[in-house]
Structures are given as C-alpha cells and as structure tokens.
Design a binder for this molecule. Structure first.
Ligand code: NAD
Ligand code: UDP
Length: 338
C-alpha cells in the first residue's frame, strides 16, 4: 500500500514508518518538524534500508497539502500530526484546537478532493470520561478533562460525521493508552523537548543523572501499592497495531474506535522497580503530592483490537524498560547527537 503518514517524524510516527517500510509498504511523510528532528527520518531510512519522500509542511496549509496529494496516489492516510502536551493545552487551548482540529479538517477536505477514503487517526485513552469503570472498553462514556483531550474527542466526532456523510469512507480511531519503549536498535525513540511531563522519559533522564530525583505523584491511590496505575504499551506494539489497522481499512467501510493497550495496569513503583532491575541502574525518587487531574488507574479492555484487527500487544514490561533505557543511554541528548 501507499500511505501518507502525517507526523511521521515524531515518536509513534517514526516507529510506525519503520514497521510499514519493513512490511513492504510505501510511505510519504508530512511533518512540520515542530516537535521532531530530521535525524529521525535519516535513521528510519538507515534501519529500513529504504527511501521515502518527506514534505516539511504544516498540514493546515491546504495548498501545500494539495500538492502532496497531487504528486502521489495514496491508499490510506495515517494521521499522527498533532500537539500532545496535556498540561500546556490548559494554558494554550486555542493553539491546541487550531492545530489538532484544524489539521484534521483540512486533511479530510484534501482527502475528499482527491478521493482518498481511508484514514487511521491517533486518538487517546484520554477521551474516556474520568472515573469510568476499568478495564475500559470502547463503549464507555466519553468526556475529557483537558483541551488536548477535547481535541481528540472532537476529531473523533468529525471523522464519525464524515463517515455518516460519505459511507464509502473507512475510518479507524485508535485510542492509545501509554506508549513507552523504543526500537530495540536504540536508534529511534522518544525525544521530548524541555523537562518531560510523562513518566518514562523522566525516569530515563533521572537514571542518566539529568534530574536528582523522580517525583512520584501520590502514594495514596486505591491501587495495589498506592501509586497511579496505567496501561503502558511498547511503541513497537503500537506500530504493529497500525499495520494491522491498515489491512483492516483496506477491507472495511465505516468507522471503528479501537483501544490499543495491553489490558495490564502497572503502577509507578512497578515501573521504577522493573526499570532498575532490568537495566541495573538506580532511579532515585521521592514521594510528592498527587498531580492535579490524575486518576487512580487507567487500563484497557483490548479485546476489540484482537477481534477486528487480529492484533494484541506482545512485548513485556521488561522489554519496554530495557528498550527505553537502550535508546536513552545511547542518545543522552536525543537526536541532537546526530
Ligand atoms: P510527537 O509530538 O512525537 O509527534 C507528532 C508529530 O506531529 C511531530 O513530529 C510534529 O512535528 C508533527 N506535527 C504537529 N502538528 C503538525 C502540523 N500541523 N503539521 C505537520 N506536522 C505536525 O507525538 P507522538 O507521541 O508521536 O504522538 C503522535 C500522535 O498520537 C499525536 O496525535 C498524539 O496526540 C497521539 N497520542 C500520543 C500519545 C502519547 O503518549 N505519546 C498518547 C495518545 C495519543
Ligand atoms: N508520574 C509520576 N511522576 C512523573 C510523571 C508521571 O509519578 O514525573 C505518574 C503519574 O502521576 C501517572 C503515571 O506516572 O500516575 C503516568 O503519567 P504520564 O504523565 O506518563 O501519563 P498519563 O498520566 O497521561 O496517563
């Protein structure tokens, strides 16, 4: 298949591009490089031993996006492009709505003009209403607690409405849980700018000595050890999930929301202990107050992905911790090392 990957230079996009190339698909990447480095694309080429075209564009720019579609006949679009910092979105809601919702509308319009009818969208477990029963399945009530979450919610609704209006379209809304890990080569991985908000990059940077201590946000949650529980999923499993979704959209019409998670919840302390054990490094930590907006536990019921896509997560928490550290220790400054 020939696939347009928006946001293909980013963390999840780069791993998915690599897997698509390994599976023999052709890709074209469109990314503004707002939150990514060209070095990631160079390394995807190096690992896959394959070439592909890259357009450094903001996909809200309709004329530039039209040019990409004029130059290629796509079977499908995988739409990763978006801003993802939950905390930042609270202070900059207009920036988030403009980028995430605006890019999705422009993309759908250009797809319609060019008769491209298949799209796989990066949604998130954050679209589930806080407090819904765990494990959460795709029929659970939706509702968000940040502008970022609402952008995902709105894009999902836009795509559902597009399918209602154009029933020959095929849309898959992939709701990711907590992606961590990196390609086992240690050549591509997560490269956050500034101080990381998410747990794993903070853990790896603390192990490197870049931070004195990890703050564990709360140890009085109703979980097995009191620390917050999440469904961590290896980014390479997520990449496989996108390849499976690509096969699915080729043979189905309509719109499906599908969880991509493991179904297993691990606590912050589980992560720290496993990380230390597997990598033989220390992660000093301190217990701090709860982070506002956090909930006790979030983990998926992943059955629908298995049923519809024939996909399930295979990598273990040991794999995730080892590969995260392999990437970080080989690239202490991320892609800046070149
Ligand atoms: P990322 O920031 O590493 O990648 C996103 C990419 O999109 C970046 O390379 C950025 O430069 C690009 N981009 C942003 N806006 C653009 C625009 N208007 N035009 C062109 N390119 C643009 O993020 P990621 O972790 O790889 O996430 C990919 C997608 O998955 C995002 O939509 C994110 O919201 C979603 N998601 C991520 C997580 C997570 O924890 N990482 C969880 C659930 C959902
Ligand atoms: N967390 C933590 N310290 C950090 C970052 C995160 O204790 O520096 C905890 C957080 O409270 C949550 C879990 O780790 O229980 C995952 O947080 P992350 O921000 O990575 O994902 P999300 O909360 O969005 O699921």
């Amino acid at each position: 298949m020939k696939v347009l990957v928006t946001g293909g230079a980013g963390y999840i996009g780069s791993h998915t591009c690599l897997e698509l190339l390994r599976q023999g698909h052709d890709i074209v990447v469109a990314d503004s490089l707002y939150n990514a480095k060209p070095e990631a694309l160079k390394r995807i080429r190096e690992l896959s031993k394959r070439d592909f075209q890259f357009y450094e564009i903001d996909i809200r720019n309709e004329a530039e996006l039209e040019r990409v579609f004029a130059e290629h006949a796509f079977d499908c679009v995988i739409h990763f492009a978006g801003l993802k910092a939950v905390g930042e979105s609270v202070g900059l809601p207009l920036k988030y709505y403009d980028n995430n919702v605006g890019s999705t509308i422009t993309l759908c319009r250009v797809m319609k003009n060019n008769k491209v009818k298949r799209i796989i969208f990066s949604s998130s477990a954050t679209v589930y209403r806080p407090g819904v029963l765990m494990p959460v399945d795709e029929t659970a009530e939706l509702g968000c607690s940040s502008p970022y979450g609402w952008t995902k919610f709105m894009c999902e609704q836009i795509l559902r409405d597009v399918v209602t209006a154009y029933p020959d379209w095929s849309v898959v809304l992939l709701r990711y849980f907590n992606p961590i890990g990196a390609d086992p080569s240690g050549r591509i991985g997560e490269d956050p700018t500034g101080i990381p908000n998410n747990l794993l990059p903070f853990v790896t940077q603390t192990a490197l000595g870049r931070h004195d201590k990890l703050q564990i946000f709360g140890n009085d949650y109703a979980t097995h050890d009191g620390t917050g529980v999440r469904d961590y999923i290896h980014v390479a499993d997520l990449a496989d999930g996108h390849v499976a979704a690509l096969q699915f959209v080729m043979n189905h019409k309509g719109c499906e929301a599908i969880n991509l998670g493991t179904g297993i919840g691990y606590s912050v302390l589980d992560i720290v202990n496993t990380f230390e054990e597997v990598n033989k490094v220390k992660v000093p930590y301190v217990i701090s107050p709860r982070r506002p907006g956090d909930v006790d536990a979030v983990y998926a019921k992943p059955d629908k992905a298995k049923k519809l896509l024939g996909w399930e997560a295979k990598r273990t928490l040991d794999d995730m911790c080892r590969d995260s550290w392999h990437w970080q220790s080989n690239n202490p400054q991320g892609y800046q090392e070149g």
